[in-house]
Design a protein around this ligand. Sequence first.
Ligand code: GN1
Ligand code: MG
Length: 357
Amino acid sequence: MFNDILKSFDLKAQEYHIQPFGEGLINRTWKISGIENNNEFILQQINTNVFKTPFDIAENTNKIGGYLSKHYPDYLFVSALPSNNGDFIVKHTDGEYYRLFPYVKNSVTINTVLTRDEAFEAARQFAKFTNLLAGFNITELNYTLSGFHDLTSRFEEFKRVVKKADTERLTKAKTAIESAFEHQDIAETHQSLTEDELIPLRVVHHDTKISNILFDTDHKGLCVIDLDTVMPGYYISDVGDMMRTYLSPANEEEQDFSKIEIREDFFTAIVEGYLSEMSVNLTDAERSLFVYSGNLMIYMQAIRFLTDYLNNDVYYGAQYPGHNLIRAQNQFTLLDKYIKAEDKFQQIVFSTQNQPK
Ligand code: GN1
Ligand code: MG
């Protein structure tokens, strides 16, 4: 398979080492490294069960790349490379779609946030991306996944699935289902803020896990990567997903929930990093939702995993029986700990915003 795909980009597979890269759940990614040359690339296979219109991804990233290179030529934007035919996505004979990217020399990715500086740098980069695109006309962007972070429709889907799931899974998931209903106020808040259009749509990344940031060798953030979910959205999606994935030293895969913790100083780092770039743009209504962003994204991920468990793991797959139920319970545990820290978090946001410049 690699022979033909790489040939479409004028590369000979036998001249490269090809290794799986990263830990994404949806797309497949490989690092392609020259055996006797210094060329390095990232090859990505788009999961078309999830992204039904892969060309929409290429169209979005080309438009954004064009805008950034025109207005901010110094900004590092990692664009997909064109194939021999000039396409930015190639359909292979196996029916799958592939994209090739240059590998940014001396860049590093990490899978776990170990220091508050890493959290700060990542938050700054995601904020910078949205901030630089503040003047971009978002109506030009495709929605690469419809309803992706729409908690209202996710909650409706969850309720539909509860009605038709098999008894055994329903029994095992009883406590998690109860947690989902106990916290439905989070979904209601989302519904009112979107229906009443209280906050603006912006260009949002929608997948702010730490592995989607390139760092340099001095641990400074370079840029954001993995742009397949970049589309119009709310800034709370990005900030909230950072809360979800940076605050705890244990991630969503952890089965020992006693390891799930909230690191308050990492919260401060996210607030400081994000506001260092976006403070000028945020409306008062947006600012008031800073802490809520964590509730939103942790809760949404919990019900996405739970829905998938009740749906026989069709979306995320499962590496062991009950995998998605464990992931959901993990996220509900994180949510409970996050909620306990909320008052403290409100104070942190308040004092960071009002710090003398
Ligand atoms: C998926 O594939 P990956 O790991 O980048 C998912 C995210 C979830 C994440 C949970 C398109 O992202 O929304 O937060 O898993 N992406 C899609 O690990 O569903
Ligand atoms: Mg992703």
